[in-house]
Design a protein. Structure first.
Length: 408
């Protein structure tokens, strides 16, 4: 009799768990070595539940993947979950009611108390409801320097952008590419933004990116930034790569002296087992203006009419922001966690620098949070033209000011 009861109970358990076990297709654009290592931490954690992570990696940059993701959701062929950047990329999907309201998960998890800075939630909050789970803070504001390259050139590793520019001739003479840069507009636009913060300063950057003040975009501070961008274009003339991580690899291997890139580059250094402070250095704010921007990634969940899928989506949302997953994912990704109550003593020197700046409040909102996707695309297209031509700094600045004048 007892055996039968146990068998019935076990059967009931299996059928219940089988009924609630869900396969979720998760889309993202994390396909480099470091990114793949990081996203596998998410998949591993989700697969330890009763559910299954079906990986939907989309090759190419965010500029390639975002239209695919958004058109699938708009077109009625949604994935179970997707990565996008923090900021305004999903605002039309949220307004169209196509993304799952996560407010109950956020309240249960105390997100408004643990997410730091809370502005990470603002950009996916509409009418008081929360539609995304932030998973990291990535900042563009970094210059990565190869120790081997400067040793080969016989010069000290620079401690700021000005020292780096002064060392460029020595790098060239040693047959080292001074600046690594992939031939894609989003990379060139990101680097331009970093030079703007470092050279024009935070106030000018905010006036242009937050306030869309065309006069500052057309003014003398930004003229210096466009001149620096023209010099950087020369320094990257021999950087014949496309993808950002190929450019990072030029620095990792000492073929290039430096790269301006977001701190997702750390994932590549760590996969290559390069050691911060020994094999490479990292200068936040180009070493001129130690500040970070709070870019990064969040996950969104397209609505669907199956309550079991919805339950699994909410379980994944809670898992991505849980302390242990925040540590394992961010250490691999090279990003900072979205919560301040976890132990990141394992973080390397560069991440520790980032954590200190974050703790000191030296942060700026990311470009993705300030500009609409359309404005961001226009700026990226201008930078792609500028970097692939001999367009003058003055002409580029005039076109840029026009974009800012109409920015939304
Ligand atoms: C960014 C994203 C990062 C990083 C980078 C390069 O938009 O926030 O996670 O992976 O793209 O793919």
């Amino acid at each position: 009799m007892k055996l039968t009861t146990k068998l019935l109970a076990a059967t009931a358990m299996v059928s219940a768990s089988a009924a609630s076990a869900v396969e979720l297709e998760v889309t993202h654009w994390w396909t480099s070595g470091g990114e793949a290592a990081a996203v596998s931490e998410f998949a591993k954690a989700f697969n330890e539940t009763e559910h299954t992570w079906v990986d939907g990696a989309i090759a190419g940059s965010g500029g390639t993947a975002r239209p695919i993701i958004i058109s699938r959701i708009l077109g009625g062929d949604p994935m179970g979950a997707t990565q996008l950047n923090h900021g305004r990329q999903a605002e039309e999907l949220i307004e169209a009611g196509l993304l799952l309201d996560l407010t109950d998960v956020a309240e249960a998890g105390g997100w408004t108390d643990i997410v730091n800075p809370t502005s990470l939630l603002d950009s996916c909050t509409l009418d008081g409801k929360i539609y995304c789970v932030p998973v990291n803070i990535h900042s563009w504001q970094w210059l990565w320097l190869s120790h081997a390259a400067f040793e080969k050139a016989g010069v000290d590793v620079p401690t700021d952008w000005n020292e780096y520019i002064a060392a460029a001739d020595a790098l060239k003479a040693a047959d080292v590419i001074p600046l690594a840069m992939g031939k894609q507009g989003w990379q060139q636009s990101g680097a331009f933004g970093v030079m703007a913060v470092g050279i024009a300063g935070q106030d000018a950057w905010l006036a242009v990116n937050r306030d869309h003040d065309e006069s500052v975009a057309a003014g003398p501070e930004y003229a210096k930034v466009f001149e620096a961008a023209a010099s950087a274009r020369e320094l990257a003339a021999d950087s014949n790569v496309q993808d950002w991580n190929q450019a990072t690899n030029l620095v990792i291997t000492g073929q290039a002296g430096a790269q301006i890139m977001g701190d997702w580059a750390q994932g590549e250094f760590s996969v290559a087992e390069a050691v911060a402070g020994e094999d490479y250095s990292c200068l936040p704010g180009l070493g001129l203006n130690e500040v970070l921007d709070t870019g990064g990634d969040a996950f969104y969940f397209p609505v669907n009419d199956d309550p079991e899928i919805t339950a699994a989506q909410k379980e994944l949302a809670a898992l991505l922001i849980s302390p242990e997953v925040q540590v394992s994912f961010n250490l691999a990704k090279g990003s900072l966690p979205v919560r301040g109550d976890i132990d990141l003593s394992a973080a390397n020197d560069c991440m520790q620098k980032g954590l200190e700046i974050l703790a000191s409040g030296g942060i700026l909102p990311s470009g993705d949070m300030n500009n609409s996707a359309d404005t961001s695309t226009q700026i990226e297209d201008l930078m792609a033209q500028f970097w692939s031509s001999d367009m003058s700094a003055a002409d580029a600045q005039a076109k840029y000011a026009d974009i800012i004048a109409d920015a939304d």
